[in-house]
Design a protein around this ligand. Sequence first.
Ligand SMILES: [Zn+2]
Length: 194
Amino acid sequence: MRIVIDPGHAGRNIDPGAVHAATGLQEADVALIISRQVARYLLNVGYAVKLTRTEWEQEETDDLSYRTVLANDWGADIFISLHCNSAANQSAEGYEVWTSPGNTLGDKLATCIYGQIAAEFPNRAGRTDYSDGDPDKESRFYVLVYTDAPACLVEMAFISNDEEAALLANAAWRDQYARAIARGVTDYTATLGG
Ligand SMILES: [Zn+2]
């Protein structure tokens, strides 16, 4: 199993992603930290893992095709993009898992990851769309459409929300989150084993 973890945004001065206004916490940094932890957990249980961005700031990753080509050339079996959400309304909160439109293996992957996040964080709000029978939301995000592997994108929490930004800044909480995502991956691969 080859797994690509995709830390959203190119980082720091190039593209920090969303930023928590009061503390300056940057989405790109949080995404990289949690991606590294997910990678470590998956490596520990024997998967091959690559990150599309390994540095705090990495210019070539600003071109999303760099990320999808890396995954496709490697022959990835799973692609997971990690982001933090943001909204003008600071009370917006919760997590979302996105897939490309249509029913694909990405939906199965997303459901496994969603389930583990929901189980790990029963007090956080899952933001879902059950219109197609599963909890993930669907959109033609570039990295979801142009990856050959089953893919999903996790909006882990709202960095624009003070309470969730504090969680995203908390090392223990980030580690919990990384373990939940890693368990979602192992759940998904177990469904393939048959
Ligand atoms: Zn983002």
